[in-house]
Structure formats: structure tokens, C-alpha cells
Design a protein around this ligand. Structure first.
Ligand code: APR
Ligand code: PHB
Length: 389
């Protein structure tokens, strides 16, 4: 098998990379270890930055999102039992879109297949070879048969637990890593909205977040111990904690819990994000606490840069954009890492913190909601910093 770009992983990064390349007339093949049903059913965060919404619409995969998504002008900070709305639209003229990541996946898969794109699902034993040469190879098994894909470039879009990053020899990458002494319990519940926009809540019992997938599907998260056992969180305990920690909220209604998960918290970046003709994009190169809702948005930003660099090479032979891929992506990645860290530290109770730290957090929250400058800073980071031209 041969293609211009071999892409490992059919998450937001891999699917959008393949789609953007196709729009430039550049062929690719996506190798995905899971089934189509699995990746389209995998529930993840669902918050799309302003520029990413435009990208989906302008590249022809945003039509259903425009119909079915919720557009939010801002969000609420809840602390000291009070709700404070921050209106991004009023402050900076932009908002965010609430639309499940699995919906974006469905839209991208449908469009790639409609355009004749090749996505091989249920592959296994994926390995990369000769990435320092001009014709890197990907070997894998599909339907029990060994396969080999020769290409010009490899998109390493296989997420944090994929094989691409570990394929890069020791000593090449620098790792930046921070773990947090807490995690999240998350639920999806068939309950009416507690509010029309997201609520981030600071509470003495721990952080809580209210968000939603639709007017009848609420998504809620609670700070918990880092190595929590989900069985320690029966439904009654979850709802009791949510009522307590979202006390300032108008009307949090309970409902049937249809999904329950544990999320660990970690900040992680590798530099550089490339090795020869292997380019890491999205979670394969970096992850961050979900507090800032940056994961999918960073994945889309990385592949915008990569698609542009590959297109420039194919069209004109220039390599400078490819050579600068990592540094271009990392400028945005590190700003998103900082913001995700900041949102996490301001809301979560840290075991090493004391009463002074709680008061400091409350003072910072009070400052953000009362200062136009601080609110604008929050707004521009949350809706997504401008993408570099
Ligand atoms: N071979 C082929 N596919 C693989 C392999 C492998 N060895 N390992 C992982 N994959 C697939 C996974 O099944 C998944 O579908 O790669 C895909 C990686 O997708 P994501 O993990 O979604 O990563 P990314 O596309 O970078 O998007 C990041 O997705 O997981 C969320 O929270 C994350 O919002 C963030 C976003
Ligand atoms: C979600 O929609 O699941 C979500 C939204 C915002 C966050 C985290 C998760 O900060």
C-alpha cells in the first residue's frame, strides 16, 4: 500500500488532518485500532473554541454542529455560595460551542468516507519504520493479514497511549510532566439543565463542574482522590456532593446516570513534536487537565499547522514549515498548558494547601469576576487564542 501521508489514529487529530489534506488534494490513509462504532461512541469533553468552530464550518464539516450544538456567550464561576457570570461575548465578541467530541468524530468520519477517504478500523500491531528516510513505512495487521503502508510522512495522531511517541528513540525527546493529587468523577445524566451555561465551582468540599451535552443531557464532574475507585462513588453520594458543591446554583436536578467515569489529571508535553518524517499531533504530544477544555482544540490546531506544512512541501518543495512544525505548535500548546494549569489550581483543593491558600484562591476568583482586564484575559484564553496565520 502507498499513500502520501500515513495517519495513525482516528481521533480529532487524525481525522481532521486527513480531511484538511484531502481539501488540498493530498491523499492519506488512516489506521485506527478501534472499531468505527467504538470511536463514535467514546464520550469525551465537548467544548469547541471559537476559531475551531469556524474551521469545522469553513472546511464543510460543521453543518450538523451548527444545527445541533449550543452556543454559549460565557460561563459562571461559583464561589462563596454565589454565582458570577462572565460574558465572553460582551467582553471580546466571541463565545464557545458545546458539542460532544464524539459528534465531531461522527461528522469527520462521515465526510472522509463520503469523500472516498480510507480509514482502516480494527488494525493491530502498528509499528513505524524508516522515519528518518524519505519513505517511512507503517506495518500493521488488518483482518489478520500483515500489511505495510509506504508514505512520505506519518501523522502520529494515536493519542497519549499510542505507539508513535514511544517509537522515537530515547534521548531525542524532552519530557515536561506534572501530575496532580486529585482526579475527577464524571457523570452524564438525563436531567434538565441546572443553568444555560457552564458552572465552575470552588467549594470547601472540592471542585465541581456543571456542563451539558443538550437541554436534556447534563455532564457533571467532581474533584476526587487521584487513585479513586469508581465503586466508592454510588449515585447517591455523587448527587449529594454535587448539590453541596454547586450550592450557589439555581436548580440542580437529578436524573438517570447513563455514564460514569474517572479522569486523572496530568500536564504533559514532549519537545520536539517531530522526528524525521514522523509528526506527533494532539494527545500523542501533549495532554492537560480538562479544566480548560483544551484537548480537542489543541489537536485541531496542531493538525492545521501540519496540513499547511505538508501542503507547502508537496506544492513547492519547501521544507521550512515542516522544520518549524514543533515550535509553531508549541507556542500555542504551552499557552494552553498554562491556562489549563491556572484553571485547575484556582478551583481545586490541593492536599498541601492550607487555610491561607483557600483564601488566596477565593481572592483570585473575586478579582477575576470583578476586574474587566482579568475577565478579558479569562475570556480570550477560554474561547481560544487566535490561530497563527
Ligand atoms: N494504532 C492505531 N490507532 C491507535 C493506536 C495504535 N497503536 N493507539 C491509539 N490509537 C487510536 C485511538 O483508538 C484513538 O481513536 O488513536 C486515536 C487517538 O485519538 P485521541 O486519543 O482522541 O487523540 P487526539 O486525536 O489527539 O484528540 C485529543 O481526544 O481523547 C481526547 O481528551 C482528548 O480531547 C482530547 C482529544
Ligand atoms: C465537557 O463538556 O465535558 C467539559 C467542558 C469543560 C471542561 C471540561 C469538560 O472544562
Amino acid at each position: 500500500m502507498r499513500t502520501r501521508v500515513g495517519i495513525i489514529g482516528a481521533g480529532p487529530a487524525g481525522l481532521m488532518l486527513s480531511h484538511l489534506l484531502h481539501l488540498e488534494g493530498i491523499d492519506s490513509i488512516i489506521l485506527e485500532s478501534r472499531s468505527r462504532a467504538y470511536i463514535e461512541g467514546r464520550i469525551r469533553a465537548g467544548l469547541i473554541e471559537h476559531w475551531a468552530r469556524d474551521l469545522l464550518i469553513e472546511t464543510g464539516v460543521g453543518e450538523r454542529m451548527q444545527r445541533e450544538s449550543l452556543f454559549h456567550h460565557g460561563l459562571h464561576f461559583c464561589f462563596d455560595g454565589e454565582l458570577h457570570h462572565i460574558d465572553f461575548q460582551k467582553l471580546i465578541g466571541k463565545g464557545v460551542t458545546v458539542y460532544g467530541q464524539q459528534e465531531v468524530i461522527k461528522d469527520l468520519v462521515a465526510r472522509r468516507l463520503a469523500d472516498g477517504g480510507q480509514i482502516l478500523f480494527d488494525v493491530s500491531d502498528v509499528a513505524v519504520h524508516d522515519v528518518l528516510g524519505a519513505s517511512p513505512r507503517i506495518t500493521f495487521s488488518h483482518h489478520g493479514a500483515p500489511q505495510e503502508l509506504t508514505c512520505d510522512f506519518i501523522g502520529g495522531c494515536d493519542g497519549f497511549h499510542g505507539i508513535c511517541r514511544p517509537s522515537i528513540p530515547a534521548g531525542v525527546l524532552t519530557f515536561y510532566d506534572r501530575e496532580y493529587p486529585f482526579g475527577w468523577v464524571g457523570i452524564l445524566s438525563e436531567s434538565p439543565p441546572a443553568d444555560d451555561e457552564l458552572i465552575y465551582s470552588h467549594h470547601e468540599r472540592g471542585f465541581a463542574l456543571y456542563t451539558m451535552r443538550s437541554p436534556s443531557l447534563a455532564r457533571l464532574y467532581l474533584q476526587c482522590a487521584p487513585d479513586e475507585d469508581i465503586d466508592n462513588w454510588p449515585e447517591r453520594r455523587i448527587w449529594d456532593e454535587l448539590h453541596a458543591r454547586l450550592a450557589g446554583t439555581r436548580t440542580l436536578k437529578e436524573g438517570k446516570i447513563v455514564d460514569k467515569l474517572l479522569t486523572a489529571m496530568r500536564s504533559f508535553v514532549v519537545e520536539p513534536m517531530q522526528y524525521g518524517r514522523l509528526f506527533l499531533a494532539g494527545d500523542s504530544a501533549h495532554i492537560q487537565p480538562p479544566t480548560g477544555a483544551k484537548g480537542m482544540n489543541l489537536a485541531l490546531a496542531d493538525v492545521m499547522v501540519l496540513a499547511r506544512a505538508i501542503t507547502a512541501h508537496v506544492r513547492t518543495g519547501r521544507n521550512d514549515l515542516l522544520e518549524r512544525y514543533s515550535q509553531t505548535c508549541l507556542r500555542r500548546v504551552w499557552k494552553a498548558q498554562r491556562f489549563s494549569w491556572w484553571m485547575t489550581q484556582i478551583f481545586h483543593l490541593h492536599p498541601a494547601d492550607n487555610a491561607f491558600d483557600r483564601k488566596r484562591q477565593l481572592a483570585e476568583l473575586a478579582y477575576v469576576v470583578s476586574s474587566e482586564a482579568a475577565s478579558i484575559s479569562l475570556a480570550e484564553n477560554y474561547v481560544g487564542l487566535p490561530v497563527e496565520a
